[in-house]
Design a protein around this ligand. Sequence first.
Ligand code: FAD
Length: 467
Amino acid sequence: MGEITTKLLVLGGGPGGYVAAIRAGQHGIDTVLVEENRLGGTCLNVGCIPSKAMIHAAEAFHAAVLQSEDASPFGLSAGPPKLDFTRTVAWKDGIVGRLNTGVASLLKRGGVKILRGRGTMVDGKTCLVETDTGPERVRAEHVILATGSVPAALPHLPFGGRVISSTEALSLAKVPATMAVVGAGYIGLELGTAFAKLGAKVTVVEMAERILPAYDAELTRPVARRLGALGIEVLLGAKATGLSGDGLSGDGLAVDVGGEPRTIPAEVILVAVGRKARTHDFGLDRLDLDMSGPFLRIDERCATSMRNVWAVGDVTGEPMLAHRAMAQGEMVADLVAGRRRAFHKVAIPAVCFTDPEVVSAGLSPEEARAAGHEIRTGLFPFAANGRAMTLGAEDGFVRVTARADNHLLLGIQAVGAGVSELAAGFGLALEMGARLEDVAGTIHAHPTLGEAFHEANLRALGEALHI
Ligand code: FAD
């Protein structure tokens, strides 16, 4: 058995782990990164990146279909488009492949040693890695656990056959004629919308009384309207109870909608009911780690209950987002290098790449009130924004929430086409402790969607110009 001694061992090469390893390498820390699959983790291989590629391709195809039906709002018309889905998937895989190579070369540049294989923790300083060329024992002064998460399964709809997770949905051989999506969270709606635009008849089944239950109702309404316009049926207060037919060859999903049994057509059933922290199957039970529910318990420095054992990313809980994992990974590498850091983020923006997109940073008005704040809010609709009109995308708004006394911004939300690109400005405003007057006094370029952010702040001050 090979033996490696290093200063830092990073277990898991997703956004949390690989960013920690790159930063550690930049600090000159002797680092070993263990990854059993492809570098980049869920995000790069079966999450953020491939899903956004599919969403973009689906949007382009849908626009072409509208043109062929002479239904384009811009007066464009064209012949019927053809979809070569194999090439669509290959294009998506090409992007993933380029980014995989990019991550590998960044790690190499930082002098990080990459060990390919499953790592199993033996104790808080030792990991056994099953590589292709035999087992390696890695001993490290510091360990970062960055093992991420896996799709959560439903006991009565286990994965297999036509019951798939987001991972398989991103590599289907063809666009199914019918698709049931169980779960109207962001992953289910992003992928369901993409497949509907590619031609599938999509039905969404959601137990809650509205879509995107993690977001406030006002924010989700434009998305609900658009789902309807795209012909996606959404069954709310509905529970998927099992497969109809013989399970493998049948083509339906049994659903209980408010006590009424119903069967919906489903050549493919995408179960998107959340993700489960990966804390099993690699020896964590041998360690003395405190848990916080299903997640590893960490403090504001991402330290676990064991000395020199750190944890970052999805394995540490919500929000399970790539940029949070990266920020944590970067911070822990700095800490190992002896810098003083803590993870006290005012806002970790969350984006749903639905149609239209949704962004939330900081507190919603309800959350702000629940936290005991007296607030003032300002909402500016895209229907009054020139750029949104030129894009043919007027449904949506930007909404700000600030403290009533000193006008400190507490939260910013938006729904609308392309608002994901506004998230950076929202996060910056919150982290910098901006007040309504700060954003109101900042010149925003015209004509841009960002002007709606400017106007929302003006409106909260009772001084909106364009409404
Ligand atoms: P992961 O990315 O899950 O990486 C963990 C890595 O550890 C994996 O590569 C795994 O193989 C490896 N590993 C685990 N155990 C071991 C072991 N014992 N030995 C060796 N290797 C091991 N987030 C966003 O911010 N924006 C989005 O738009 C977005 N879209 C998404 C779309 C989909 C369809 C999905 C599924 C997720 C999406 N996410 C998005 C969430 C995002 O992918 C995760 O939050 C992020 O990947 C978490 O990073 P991580 O490093 O904690 O874990």
